[in-house]
Design a binder for this molecule. Structure first.
Ligand code: TYM
Length: 343
């Protein structure tokens, strides 16, 4: 029996990278699921706290994320949809995992290393200064492991950037099994399901991924963008001056990013899509990308605008999701407490 589990940060409005890289795959897995599959999706408020948040904005953002997931087709009748912070066991289990995870393993996380790279010692620019970062950022991947293992997830659909966190999750499951379980198999080692070929890059700097944290909004397409905004951003996307269109992510990252966005919208193979454009220019490609995006986002966008007004419905979905989530993690947590001697 499969237990499919994934999470997303409550960033409010979704960007195209989140959608093509992860959420589209959640919806697909849900819609193609077998009747005995258990499917859970969570909005991870605790993870969001690792960066400074305005409490008022955060409370709006988490509800907007719930509305977004519903608008894109997550169905609360088929999937358990809930806020992470509504099930206390995530934090409880993460504490237990804190106590069996070596610091060195956390230091190797590229997410941590890229945070470290942003903080420089005031006296010596060549040195990084760890004391400028909070402990939550460091232990972030442990909480992620707890999210997944609390439900004994077997499959975790994520974007490529989460691979290392998923490997750590497997290492933690294995460490727990070896430390506390005489049979050494209590936690299932979850499999990661990477959405293929869907690393969506920044429209302005295709060497980086499309992300919420980039200060320049023209680097990303948002779910709430109008067609005019989409068109403007795509038209100003960085490409190259090579004649004709080819898919070549190494030498032509900007052009290739547009091609893979188009292929993702059409659910087609990117090489096949590229063939249609060999003797065409970037203008034609960009126009087609904008139109494909509009076709993809139009329905969900208006559904999102409708749902975000319906607070009563959103709260009811969250409440029911939380109850189901708590019920699903209860047995595992009781067993864990027994195994570690605190029950
Ligand atoms: P988050 O909120 O940053 O991103 C949510 C999902 O979107 C994917 N993604 C992308 N995929 C392709 N191209 C991009 N430019 C892009 N940007 C984001 C991410 O891979 C992710 O799947 N740590 C997680 C949240 C989390 C989680 C979990 C995930 C917490 N607990 C347990 C799975 C299981 C995160 O920050 O995702």
């Amino acid at each position: 029996r499969r237990v499919i589990f994934s999470g997303i940060q409550p960033t409010g409005i979704l960007h195209l990278g989140n959608y093509l890289g992860a959420i589209s795959n959640w919806v697909k897995l849900q819609n193609e699921a077998r009747p005995d599959d258990d499917i859970l999706f969570t909005i991870v408020g605790w993870h969001a706290l690792t960066l400074p948040q305005n409490p008022k904005e955060l409370s709006v953002s988490r509800r907007d994320m719930l509305a977004t997931l519903l608008a894109f087709g997550i169905d609360p009748k088929r999937s358990v949809l809930f806020y992470q912070e509504d099930n206390p066991c995530h934090v409880e289990l993460s504490w237990i995992f804190n106590c069996i995870t070596p610091l060195g393993q956390l230091r190797r996380m590229t997410t941590w290393k890229s945070r470290l790279a942003t903080v420089r010692n005031a006296n010596d620019e060549s040195e990084v200064d760890e004391s400028l970062l909070n402990a939550g950022l460091f232990t972030y991947p442990i909480l992620q492991a707890a999210d997944i293992l609390a439900y004994q997830a077997t499959h975790v659909p994520v974007g490529e950037d989460q691979t290392q966190h998923l490997q750590l999750t497997r290492d933690i499951a294995d460490a727990f099994n070896r430390t506390f379980d005489p049979q050494k198999k209590f936690f299932t080692l979850p499999e990661v399901l990477i959405t293929p070929n869907r690393r969506v890059r920044s429209l302005k700097d295709p060497s980086t991924k499309m992300s919420k944290s980039n200060p320049d909004p023209s680097t990303r397409i948002m779910l709430t963008d109008t067609f005019a905004q989409i068109d403007k951003k795509i038209r100003s996307a960085v490409t190259d001056s090579i004649h004709g269109i080819t898919y070549d992510p190494v030498n032509r990252p900007g052009t290739s990013n547009l091609l893979s966005i188009l292929a993702a919208c059409e659910n087609a193979d990117v090489e096949e899509v590229a063939k249609r454009y060999v003797d065409k220019g970037h203008g034609v490609l960009k126009k087609d990308v904008s139109e494909a995006l509009e076709g993809l986002l139009k329905g969900p966008r208006s559904e999102f605008e409708r749902l975000r007004q319906d607070r009563g419905y959103l709260d009811a979905v969250a409440k029911e999701g939380a109850e189901k989530a708590r019920a699903r993690s209860q047995k595992t947590m009781e067993q864990v407490r027994t195994m570690i001697g605190l029950y």
